[in-house]
Write a protein of this length. Structure first.
Length: 361
């Protein structure tokens, strides 16, 4: 009955509020369309960029997975912890993605760190929360330049506690022998909980739990975001990463939402690519099928699964706010998304300020 009810609601919603179908973009699938090997520069979201420093060596020939980690210049301890956990895992390489820093002292520390560990990729674009998408796509360009043989790329944040063994087991169960894919993974993009039919946050309370993801009508007028993967963790292939980077230079109409890193990359860019499927990171079977086909269409169920039933991302937080199994994060997301924002829409300024204060960061 639950399957039927959700499908019924989906049908009504699609009739009343049909999703837009952006024009697909044909990509060259050629690294040279992005990267100039003579000047060692590349185009990214309409800007020229370059690598300030690169890992000491290309990835190992036996590597099957690259953990591509978004980090910040001063997050030394987080990088150290990830090296201790995953630095010696067979078939897996770490790649830390950073932007440019304006501090010569911090830059020297980063250079020393890279000389010691050889796993830092730093771009010429200033490192900030609003340039996360640049760093993500920069990583895809470097991987295609140096490690095109790697089967999978897992993009993650440096404050994520990852069950790497579980993730590798799922990927092996789905794509282990690759026989049906001629030896290579299909063009997929997978995460523990795909988000669908998610309305953008429109309120201007920027200091709240969900406020930093707020988007104005001028930035994006669509009723719902494209289906996307939360940026805590998602898995794709080097080739899909290259396609996404190429689309980023051509989809000029969505460049103004590039600050919404995961929604921009796995949503707005991904939906312009024909044949790239967005799936739950589950092994084959009824569980994965039911989430892909039915449950993920309900945004509340998607949020619930991502926070409380995530068996791959075991912990994730930002400052004092815990996301995984975080009661405050969960209930504030519900309160802001389903109640307070609607109250403000119907009666601007009348939503109780103490409720917004309860959800401050």
């Amino acid at each position: 009955m639950l399957f039927v009810f959700i499908k019924f609601l989906m049908g009504i919603q699609n009739i009343l509020y049909p999703k837009p179908h952006p024009q697909l973009i044909t990509v060259t699938k050629d690294l040279n369309s992005l990267y100039d090997s003579h000047s060692h520069t590349f185009q990214l979201i309409g800007r020229n960029a370059s690598f300030v420093q690169e890992p000491r060596a290309s990835c190992r020939q036996q590597d099957k997975l690259i953990l591509s980690v978004l980090t910040a210049p001063n997050n030394v301890n987080k990088r150290r912890d990830l090296r201790e956990r995953f630095g010696d895992v067979e078939g897996v390489s770490l790649l830390f993605l950073l932007g440019k820093t304006t501090s010569s002292e911090v830059q020297e520390r980063l250079s020393q760190e890279n000389r010691k560990h050889g796993d830092i990729l730093q771009g010429s674009i200033i490192d900030s929360y609003n340039t996360l998408a640049y760093k993500t796509l920069m990583g895809f360009i470097w991987i295609n330049k140096n490690c095109p043989h790697v089967k999978f790329v897992a993009k993650m944040d440096d404050d994520v506690t990852l069950d790497l063994g579980r993730m590798l087991d799922v990927l092996d169960a789905k794509y282990g022998d690759m026989s049906e894919f001629q030896g290579n993974p299909p063009p997929v993009l997978e995460c523990p909980a795909v988000m669908k039919n998610m309305r953008p946050w429109r309120h201007n309370h920027t200091n709240t739990i969900m406020g930093k993801w707020s988007v104005t009508y001028d930035e994006m007028s669509r009723r719902v975001f494209p289906d996307f993967c939360p940026g805590w963790l998602y898995v794709t292939t080097p080739s899909v990463g290259l396609y996404l980077a190429e689309v980023a230079n051509m989809a000029t109409d969505v460049m103004n939402v590039a600050r919404l890193d995961d929604i921009y990359v796995t949503g707005f860019l991904r939906e312009r690519l024909e044949g790239v499927t967005l799936q739950q990171l589950h092994s084959k079977g009824l569980n994965g099928l039911s989430w892909n086909k039915v449950f993920s269409h309900c945004p509340f169920l998607g949020i619930t699964k991502n926070i409380f039933y995530n068996d791959i991302v075991l912990d994730k937080g930002s400052g004092a706010v815990s996301y995984i199994k975080g009661q405050k994060f969960y209930w504030c997301a519900f309160l802001e998304f389903f109640i307070l924002e609607n109250v403000e829409y119907l009666a601007p300024g009348l939503s109780p300020s103490f409720l917004w204060d309860m959800c401050s960061r």
